[in-house]
Design a protein around this ligand. Structure first.
Ligand code: KIV
Length: 258
């Protein structure tokens, strides 16, 4: 069965596991446990130290995705389309095709502005699998806050999600969506919902790997730190620096033989 069908079949049966990756070494580890690996434009903040995701380039995303692809065998590889790379149908098609051709990924993800359903439709018509993204969408919204937390907002988000499904997306990310709204949307859609900060009412979960590993310094309440790699790296670096300064490293064991 192909990777995409496998994901779709999980709806109402088993939870979908998704994490982000920006490099081969990390992707290779995640691939053993994830259903989906996402090359997110969160790399702008996490990797490049930028204030927002807005300035990451298509080329940046492509280069990191090429690296990630080398570590992925089993998971579905989804690549984020950066802001302003899908402003109209032709631009979206050209850039999505370029991403697919260069990275050999399985699908692209684009954020919804509650208007760009025709872009999804066009990509799907061109046989490009698309993942949608609603709720807090950093490419379009400035304030990081809970979304869909009133009856009116629930209806609005539900409509948006239905339109994305109707346009042909195979899945949809719900970011920072209120628990009950996530529940209503996940029940109403046939395609799987992948939540981040949107409770366990979604069909799957995604986290930014650097957050989950305690490396990014960004830990809102919905991020569970499964490791403290910051501490591990600090300890290792301290030890290394001491060894070098005391001339304990390298020792004869580290010398290369002729
Ligand atoms: O860019 C990203 O990593 C994302 C996830 C937060 C879903 O879009």
């Amino acid at each position: 069965m192909n990777k995409l069908r496998k994901i779709l079949r999980k709806k109402n049966k088993s939870k979908i596991v998704c994490l982000t990756a920006y490099s081969k070494s990390i992707a290779k580890i995640l691939d053993k446990y994830c259903d989906i690996i996402l090359v997110g434009d969160s790399m702008a903040n996490v990797l490049y130290g930028l204030d927002s995701t807005h300035t990451i380039s298509l080329n940046n995303i492509i280069q990191h995705s090429i690296s990630v692809k080398k570590g992925v065998k089993n998971s579905l590889l989804v690549v984020d389309m950066p802001k302003d790379t899908y402003l109209n149908k032709d631009m979206a098609k050209k850039n999505a095709k370029l991403i697919l051709k260069k990275t050999k990924c399985d699908a692209v993800k684009l954020e919804s502005n509650n208007k760009n359903f025709n872009i999804i439709k066009e990509l799907v018509k061109s046989k490009i699998p698309v993942m949608g993204h609603i709720g807090f969408t950093p490419q379009f919204k400035k304030r990081f806050k809970l979304e869909g937390n009133s009856k009116h907002k629930l209806e609005k988000l539900l409509n948006e999600a239905k339109n994305i499904e109707k346009a042909g997306a195979f899945s949809i990310v719900l970011e920072c969506v209120a628990p009950n709204t996530s529940k209503v949307i996940s029940k109403a859609l046939k395609i799987p919902t992948i939540g981040i900060g949107s409770s366990s009412n979604c069909d799957g979960q995604v986290l930014v790997t650097d957050d989950m590993l305690g490396l990014s310094g960004f830990y809102p309440k919905f991020v569970k730190r499964y490791a403290r790699l910051d501490r591990v790296i600090e300890k290792a670096t301290e030890k290394y620096s001491k060894d070098v300064r005391k001339n304990k490293f390298p020792n004869t064991k580290n010398f290369l033989n002729e």
